[in-house]
Design a protein around this ligand. Sequence first.
Ligand code: BGC
Length: 555
Amino acid sequence: MSEVVSGGGIASHAADADWWRGAVIYQIYPRSFQDTDGDGVGDLKGIAGRLDHIASLDVDAIWISPFFQSPMKDFGYDVSDYCAVDPLFGTLADFDHLIAEAHARNIKVTIDQVLSHTSDQHAWFKESRSSKTNAKADWYVWADAKPDGTPPNNWLSIFGGSAWEWDTTRCQYFLHNFLTSQPDINFHSQAAQDALLDSVEFWLKRGVDGFRLDTVNFYVHSQGLENNPPASLEDRSSPEAPAVNPYNWQDHIHDKSQPENLEFLKRLRALLDRYPAKTTVGEIGDGPRSLKTMAAYTSGGDKLHMSYTFDFLSPIFSKAHFVQRVKAFEAIVGDGWPCWAFSNHDVVRHVSRWTSDGDFDGVAKIAAGILLSLRGSVCLYQGEELGLTEADVAYEDLQDPYGIRFWPEYKGRDGCRTPMVWESNGAYAGFSSAKPWLPVPPEHIAKAVNRETSDRSSVLAQYRQMIAFRRAHPALRDGSIEFVDAPGDVLAFVREDGGEKILCVFNLGSSGASFAVPAGMKLTALDGHGFKAGLDAAGRTVSLGGRDAFFGKIA
Ligand code: BGC
């Protein structure tokens, strides 16, 4: 792998411009990864100190959730300075050290850019709200009240209530798609776009390899400020918001995903293309239109590289859902590239979401097998490799404003954000010497990294083997995917790339199943993935245990 020098002069390893295609990306939620300074909150030095664990998984890259200066009302997704590290997490020097250490281990570093909105403590917003005539007056979305004093339209905030907040200085409303303290930037202002692109370039110069773009389809709103129409009943169940949140009752055709965003994304891509081997993955939640928006944002090679989908962040764990969502993606998104995830810092951990019979580890393992065999790139969320379940956080310990607002019907996102468990005998499982910002669930201790590392049948062992298996077989990274008929809970597909053709068979059910090899298909069983299913001597029947998988090379 060759070393190249990025625009800012800091070395980054960028051998292959297409490295992100099929990559496995490990998501780090820095508050909960590793604390080194004894304040109960994780930090950048903690990430650097735990890189060997990440390297042992052999992933391609990390994605670090926001560590920028922030009042932390949304735990870093409310940025008050895009170019500064929040002291809670460390310093810019700590970040430079982290990049160097990651690159030394052949791990790329991608960071989270929250460009759609800032904190209300950002200097840009303070200036913007100070008058209607200042230089940044139009950098945010300001609108007059209706004659009766109510907000300009019916747009809703994801975090509850109207998306408009009254400001007494300007005597106008400002738009916020999330908390009232997260005002939306007005992307119709070229000057605001320029400033955002400058902040992105700041990190490119520091040597980052790419960006996860938070809520990328929320950047641009309709300047007509038209009311959103109601959503159809069937579209109310989108995984972007919990059922008790009326956000999903609207069809969001005016408050987000406006066509002008494509022009901004082209500007962003042109900037990235000035640096070697950079990538972007955009979080796209657009209800029934998500796939079309993904197609628009990732086609043509001049906008985003990858789209991060919500398809498997829902409570549905079924063969039919996997087949339907992947086929729909392939049919609609064309030359776009997906990035699949089963868990992240916003949703109930998939092992809890998808297990109804108590077999948490079995579900964790078969899910890992499926995820790491899909066509596309893959994001793993910290702790997923241990098979961590969702924590039940008591109301008194809740931190997430979203959960506090909708509790108890929706408990928010704290249950998937509890600390990583490193050592079963360490203080707070090796996460911190002080009481952590969220409790360590007692049931997680037995799943600490030290315990699972010494257990060859652990979920961690399964992840390590599956990632190695994916790496050993390029067809699993970027080959085509074609589904094969299979009975009951058995999911089967063929991945093909160049000369390599692999049959992948998964039993999602808890009891044994068999799969008849299609007539004429000549198979040799592959090993190295950690699953146990076998092929009979005649090569015609695959016998699978409950939550078991089989991989075979097709001649
Ligand atoms: C992030 C959330 C965040 C929201 C607002 C998201 O989609 O993943 O954690 O609260 O954007 O920035």
